[in-house]
Design a protein around this ligand. Sequence first.
Ligand code: SAM
Length: 205
Amino acid sequence: MVNEFDEKAKDWDSDPNKISRARTVAEAIRNRLALGPHMEALEYGCGTGLLSFALQPYLGHITLADSSEGMLAALRGKIASSGVGNMTPIKLDLSVDSMPGQGFDLTYTLMTLHHIPNTDGILREFHRLLRPGGHLCVADLDTEDGSFHGAGFTGHRGFDRGELGERARRAGLEEASFETVFRVAKEAGGSTRDYPVFLMVARKP
Ligand SMILES: C[S@@+](CC[C@H](N)C(=O)[O-])C[C@H]1O[C@@H](n2cnc3c(N)ncnc32)[C@H](O)[C@@H]1O
């Protein structure tokens, strides 16, 4: 079944804002955590891999998961043409598929959590897939009024930081901290609006 992201995949990287968003979030993750070549990472909802391409020089291996075949096709093309050897794409929707608990040192996700109906369920999966001492980084929208996606969107209208931190804690993660790392400028209702993007970093004890 073709989904909205299959359609968007071929033009995804032609938007300079998406590229600068991914680079800025990568920088923020690197500022917060000591990355290294021993680390195994999972990017969930990777799209065309913009965030992971920015992080791959600083990590050992990255598994890039997405539920959109269109996004994964674009990503496979980019991996092949770049010659990068430490990125493995997989088709995965953790709301319905299971993944062996292989143990990641780092899981990160950018602008994907608000598309997933069951926030508690996905946080529990992220927790399960992390090794003890591993970190989860979630970059997503702060609470907004629904204008970011407009009418008909059925996902989350961003997240309240306190509530998301509490959900992370209930999923078994500790020390959730938040900072504003980016602002998406977008046309909404005839004017340009700024939508702040937070980075949450939490740790599996
Ligand atoms: C807004 S895009 C962000 C893509 C990328 N992280 C970026 O910032 O360029 C959301 C991505 O999440 C993926 N996605 C949505 N729901 C998903 C799910 N349940 N499981 C895995 N991926 C999902 C979509 O296919 C899409 O690639």
